[in-house]
Design a protein around this ligand. Structure first.
Ligand code: NDP
Length: 335
């Protein structure tokens, strides 16, 4: 059983030495348990938080333990009559080849219904994040302007597509011309703006001539600063993630912007609400039914960035925090 464990808590960007590949015996399932062989491993930005010991909404990974991750695995041995050998299950197996579970908290994955890796992307946690955060907090109405960054990723791409289905105007922010072209030409976004371009703030203003009614916050930093002056009265801001800050080790230098921000919250009557996808756990069935239906009908699309081999996970993960991925980042651990 190969596994990648936390060797040291990263300071800033994780270094290859912070994550260590090691080999341990394959675990054996006890009574009522099954042995899963990981096929697909999800790499997600939240894992950077788990590598840190800063207090957060979830426990940190212990030094020496495998990095947390959701996976799709095949049942290769079963002591549980509910699960047959050959079935595919989601599990929080972490970055490793094999995992023993009693199946609690797992979902069965039907490879006939959709490619199994989608259980980690558009039909899994990231898709549910987009769906629940946008509809419960963003509440886009027809004719409004919805802006989302990290827009070619699994969360942002679905936010923009759902905004379109609700009749809103979708503006995506992404790094580089290829991702921007993908948003407008393949996903039907109304406009896409490159946050790496020198005239980013002006280009964003041009792309939002009626201002911004919903800003789905995935990144923070310079993108948030460009968005702020464009917000309309009563704008809604679901705060989903702040990926631009995950590797920061100190507050960036500059003036204290809190007073100006709070003044804007007051005068524009902004609704800013942070959320974690599991806050909306009760909507999981509805999410899978509705987005699963849209996917079958071709009304929403997705893109994956597939990396082959568990040993490639650290490099791929480090790259994702810098925008090297193009689409939902997944590792094919076993064929
Ligand atoms: P992505 O696949 O979109 O990967 C992250 C992307 O962030 C990168 O590809 C990069 O895209 C972009 N990015 C990185 N640094 C910057 C920067 N400085 N400025 C602008 N963009 C940057 O990830 P996900 O779709 O999986 O996740 C998107 C966000 O949603 C993350 O913040 C994540 O933490 C959050 N999240 C929150 C959940 C919750 O429950 N609250 C659940 C799931 C995800 P580009 O090349 O376009 O810059």
């Amino acid at each position: 059983n190969r596994r990648i464990v936390l060797a040291a808590r990263p300071h800033g960007e994780p270094k290859p030495g912070d994550l260590r590949l090691e080999e341990v015996p394959v675990p054996q399932p006890g009574p009522g348990e099954v042995l899963l062989r990981t096929k697909w491993l999800s790499l997600d930005p939240y894992m950077r938080g788990r590598m840190s010991d800063a207090k957060s909404y979830a426990a940190s990974v212990e030094i020496g333990a495998p990095i947390t991750a959701e996976t799709v695995g095949e049942v290769v041995a079963s002591n549980n009559p509910d699960f047959k050998v050959g079935e595919l299950l989601t599990a929080f197996a972490g970055w490793q080849d094999y995992f023993v579970t009693d199946g609690k908290g797992s979902r069965r994955v039907d490879p006939q219904a959709a490619p199994p890796s989608t259980a980690l992307g558009i039909l899994g946690m990231p898709g549910m994040t987009a769906y629940t955060g946008l509809l419960n907090i963003g509440k886009p109405k027809a004719g409004e302007t919805v802006v989302v960054a990290a827009a070619s990723g699994p969360v942002g791409s679905l936010v923009g597509q759902i905004a379109k289905l609700k009749g809103a105007r979708a503006v995506g922010i992404a790094g580089g011309p290829d991702k921007c072209r993908y948003l407008t030409e393949e996903l039907g976004f109304d406009a896409a703006v490159d946050h790496r371009a020198p005239d980013f703030a002006e280009a964003l203003a041009r792309a939002c001539p009626q201002g911004i009614d919903v800003y789905f916050e995935n990144v923070g930093g310079a993108v948030f600063e460009a968005v702020l002056p464009l917000l309309n009265d009563f704008a809604r801001i679901p705060v989903c993630g702040l990926v631009s800050a995950y590797n920061l080790t100190e507050v960036p230098p500059g003036p204290d912007q809190r007073p100006a921000l709070m003044r804007m919250v007051l005068t524009k009557r902004l609704h800013i609400q942070g959320f974690i996808v599991w806050d909306f756990a009760a909507q999981a069935e509805e999410f899978r039914r509705e987005v699963g239906g849209w996917l079958k009908e071709g009304r929403v699309r997705y893109r994956e960035d597939v990396v082959d081999g568990l040993e490639k996970a650290p490099e791929a993960f480090i790259g994702m925090l810098k925008g090297r991925n193009f689409g939902k980042l997944v590792v094919r651990v076993a064929p």
